[in-house]
Design a protein around this ligand. Structure first.
Ligand SMILES: Cc1ncc(COP(=O)(O)O)c(C=O)c1O
Length: 331
C-alpha cells in the first residue's frame, strides 16, 4: 500500500504515529463495546488536530509547485486556518488567512494562535465563502509571491490522501494490540477526513464500517456526493481501482441539535464523561458531538459488548476555552 503514495509530495509537519487510547473506564461505565480513541488531537504541530494530516499533502503540493505563500479562508475560530498558519510557519511559507467577520477586540483561541504563527489576516466581513480569496491572491502575486490556495477545510483529493495514509498507521497499531475494528466513527463536516478514512479503509482491507456524524446542516445528499467525488479523484490519482458513490457514505445527521456549533446537553455530557473517566479533553463542536452520538448509540444498544469502535479525535480543543461560558460543566 505504501507504493500508492510513493510519488506524492508531502511536507514533514506531523508527529506520527498519533496514539490510540483505549477508553476502558468510559466503556465500563457505559456497559458498552471496546472503545478506542485515535488521538489526532496530538498530531503535534501548532496544538494539533486532523487538518495537519491534510496539510501534509497540501503543503507538500504547494512546495512542489514552487509556491511561497498559502491562502485559505475560514471562520475566525477555524481550526484548519490555525493549523495551516502553523504548517506555513514550519515550512517557511507566507500565510494569508481570509477570515469571516470583523477584527475582534481581543484575539483569543485559534485567532490568537494564527497571529502567533505569523499569519497575515484579511478580515472579510459578510464574505464567508472565500469570495475575497481571488483578490487576496492577486495582491500576493503583485508582491512577487506565488500563492497556493488551500480549499475550504483542506478537503479536496489532495487533503483526502492524508487520511487514507492515516489508516495505514492505524492498521499497524491494531496489529500490535491484536484488535480488529468493527466501526470507525468520525465527526464529518467538510468531507476530507471522512472520505480519506473510507479510501484508506478499503486500501488496507480494514473492513470497518465508517460512520460520519454530521456537524453541519443536512445538505440533502450534496455532501455525500462531494465526498464520493474527492475520494474518487484521490483514488484515481494514486492508481487505486475503487470508485465511490454518495450511497457509500454513511452519515448520521440526527445529532445536529440546533445546528453547527450550538452546544447542547449532548456535547456537554460527552465532554464531562470523557474528561471524568479518561482524563481526555474533547472540543464542544466536533468531538463532543461525535462522542455524544456514540454514547447515545451505546445506550440504545446499537453495539454489542464484543464489538470494537474507534472514535477519531480530530482536535479543536481551543474551543473549550473560547466557549467556556457556554460549557459550564460542574461536578
Ligand atoms: C476539530 C475538527 N474536527 C473535525 C472536523 C471535520 O473534518 P472535515 O472537515 O474533514 O470533515 C473539523 C473541520 O473543521 C475540525 O476543525
Amino acid at each position: 500500500m505504501n507504493d500508492y503514495f510513493e510519488n506524492i509530495p508531502r511536507a514533514s509537519i506531523l508527529n506520527l504515529p498519533t496514539p490510540i487510547s483505549k477508553l476502558t473506564r468510559l466503556s465500563d461505565y457505559l456497559g458498552g463495546p471496546t472503545i478506542y480513541l485515535k488521538r489526532d488531537d496530538l498530531t503535534g504541530l501548532g496544538l494539533g488536530g486532523n487538518k495537519t494530516r491534510k496539510l501534509e499533502y497540501l503543503i507538500g503540493e504547494a512546495m512542489a509547485q514552487g509556491c511561497d505563500a498559502i491562502i485559505m479562508h475560514g471562520d475566525v475560530q477555524s481550526n484548519c486556518c490555525r493549523q495551516a498558519a502553523a504548517a506555513a510557519a514550519a515550512t517557511g511559507l507566507r500565510c494569508h488567512l481570509a477570515l469571516s467577520g470583523e477584527i475582534p477586540v481581543v484575539a483569543e483561541g485559534n485567532l490568537l494562535l494564527d497571529y502567533i504563527f505569523g499569519a497575515e489576516i484579511h478580515w472579510c466581513g459578510d464574505y464567508t465563502n472565500g469570495e475575497l480569496v481571488p483578490d487576496i491572491a492577486a495582491e500576493v502575486r503583485e508582491k512577487g509571491l506565488k500563492p497556493y490556495i488551500i480549499p475550504y477545510g483542506g478537503s479536496n483529493s489532495t487533503g483526502v490522501l492524508g487520511f487514507a495514509t492515516a489508516i495505514l498507521e492505524i492498521r499497524d497499531q491494531l496489529e500490535l494490540c491484536g484488535a480488529k475494528l468493527d466501526y470507525i466513527v468520525t465527526p464529518s463536516s467538510s468531507g476530507g477526513t471522512h472520505a480519506g478514512i473510507m479510501l484508506g479503509n478499503d486500501l488496507c482491507s480494514l473492513g470497518a464500517r465508517i460512520m460520519g456524524i454530521g456537524i453541519d446542516n443536512d445538505h440533502s445528499g450534496e455532501y455525500e456526493k462531494y465526498m464520493a467525488m474527492i475520494a474518487n479523484d484521490a483514488a484515481e490519482r494514486i492508481g487505486y481501482f475503487r470508485r465511490y458513490s454518495a450511497a457509500d457514505f454513511e452519515m448520521d445527521y440526527s445529532y445536529l441539535g440546533e445546528g453547527h456549533g450550538v452546544i447542547s446537553p449532548l456535547e456537554k455530557e460527552a465532554m464531562h464523561l470523557t474528561g471524568k473517566y479518561e482524563g481526555i479533553l474533547l472540543d464542544p463542536v466536533y468531538n463532543g458531538k461525535a462522542m455524544g452520538a456514540l454514547i447515545d448509540m451505546i445506550r440504545k444498544g446499537r453495539f454489542s459488548k464484543n464489538e470494537t469502535v474507534l472514535l477519531w479525535h480530530t482536535g479543536g480543543i481551543q474551543a473549550v476555552f473560547t466557549r467556556s461560558g457556554e460549557i459550564q460543566i460542574k461536578g
